[in-house]
Write a protein that binds this ligand. Structure first.
Ligand code: OGA
Ligand code: NI
Length: 336
């Protein structure tokens, strides 16, 4: 519990040694490229939106969406409730604190993406299973009182946004629109409330190391007033610019496998800042554990052989834990 950054009574004056990353891993590493991620207005015509989503997805593996149907009040309430959770007195958070990575619902510090070198990252995280709501809700924190209703209000429409984008992507790449319905998206939705307190020396550490998400597709809500999330692009990193009310969408490894590499999962990282705390909420849509994930038959044929092994999501997760989060090592483990 003393490892939690948000439990420190005063703000941090120095960055403890365990957060110091080797120089080659420290930000900024490579200056951010002067490129912005597309911000796609989902209220446009279906043809326009489909085209924009596919272009952005292929080029960046990441994009932002506005007019997505999740009410602004809902996103504001969730953000506020998550901020308030991390501000709770330590005694209220203690019941959720756990370093057992097998436990789904838990509060912890740093990340599971550690390389084994023992380094820590400048983040606290509340991780919760959120789907289906009726079954998972009893496991959510009761404090602050606004958290449960805010989570419930967010998770259902946010999941629908993810599913609708998958339908559009299917249409764009020639799969039947409901290809991802069923087991490929029918597992848990895990929600990470990520909290990055101000960091006295942001040049020494990272909030999250470079990683790709393990799931199918991710719907992320980030504050509209501060940068922190960066996406790998053209050999450098681009900031995901804060757009109030927007949702950030990115593809996970399972989408890359299922589309035989057409829609790639792209590395991203979180950088801390010295001034304000940043709290983001990521919803990870996942396959069921027994789901066999493999390149869609429609996308494999003469001239485009299967590039990934077929694997159950359970086995993917088991292997992933041992190879670490870097894209290169995950590719090595799962590519044919
Ligand atoms: C994640 C993630 C980015 C952020 O939780 O997997 O990439 O901005 N989060 O917190
Ligand atoms: Ni991520």
């Amino acid at each position: 519990m003393e490892k939690l950054l948000s439990s420190a009574t005063a703000s941090h004056e120095t960055v403890p040694e365990r957060f110091h990353l080797p120089p080659e891993l420290r930000p900024p590493a490579l200056a951010a490229a002067p490129v912005s991620l597309p911000v796609i207005d989902l209220s446009g015509s279906r043809d326009e939106v489909r085209g924009a989503v596919l272009r952005a997805g292929k080029e960046f593996g990441f994009f932002q969406v506005i007019n997505h149907g999740v009410p602004e009040r809902t996103t504001r309430e969730l953000e506020a409730a998550c901020v308030d959770f991390f501000r709770l007195p330590a005694a209220d958070k203690a019941a959720f604190y756990s370093e057992d990575t097998e436990q789904t619902n838990r509060l912890f510090s740093s990340t599971m993406y550690e390389s084994g070198a023992g380094e820590s990252y400048w983040r606290d995280c509340l991780r919760l299973a959120c789907h289906p709501v009726e079954r998972t809700k009893p496991g959510w924190p009761e404090k602050p009182a606004a958290l449960r209703p805010a989570l419930e209000g967010f998770i259902v429409p946010a999941r629908s946004v993810g599913m609708e984008l998958l339908r559009l992507l299917c249409e764009g790449i020639g799969l039947r629109p409901d290809y991802f319905e069923g087991d490929l998206s029918g597992g848990e939705v895990i929600l990470n409330a990520n909290h990055y307190p101000p960091c006295p020396d942001p040049g020494l550490t990272l909030g999250l190391p470079p990683h790709c998400d393990r799931n199918l597709i991710t719907v992320l809500l980030q504050p509209g007033y501060v940068c922190g999330l960066q996406v790998s692009y053209g050999g450098g990193w681009i900031d995901v610019e804060p757009v109030p009310g927007a949702l950030v969408i990115n593809f996970g490894h399972q989408l890359e496998i299922a589309t035989n590499g057409l829609l790639r999962s792209v590395e991203h990282r979180a950088v801390p800042n010295a001034v304000v705390a940043r709290t983001s909420v990521a919803a990870f849509i996942m396959p069921t554990m027994d789901c066999m994930v493999e390149p869609a038959k429609e996308l494999v044929g003469e001239g485009s052989p299967a590039r990934y092994r077929s694997i159950t999501f359970r086995d993917f997760m088991r292997v992933y834990k041992t190879v670490g989060a870097r894209r290169e090592s995950v590719e090595k483990a799962f590519r044919i």
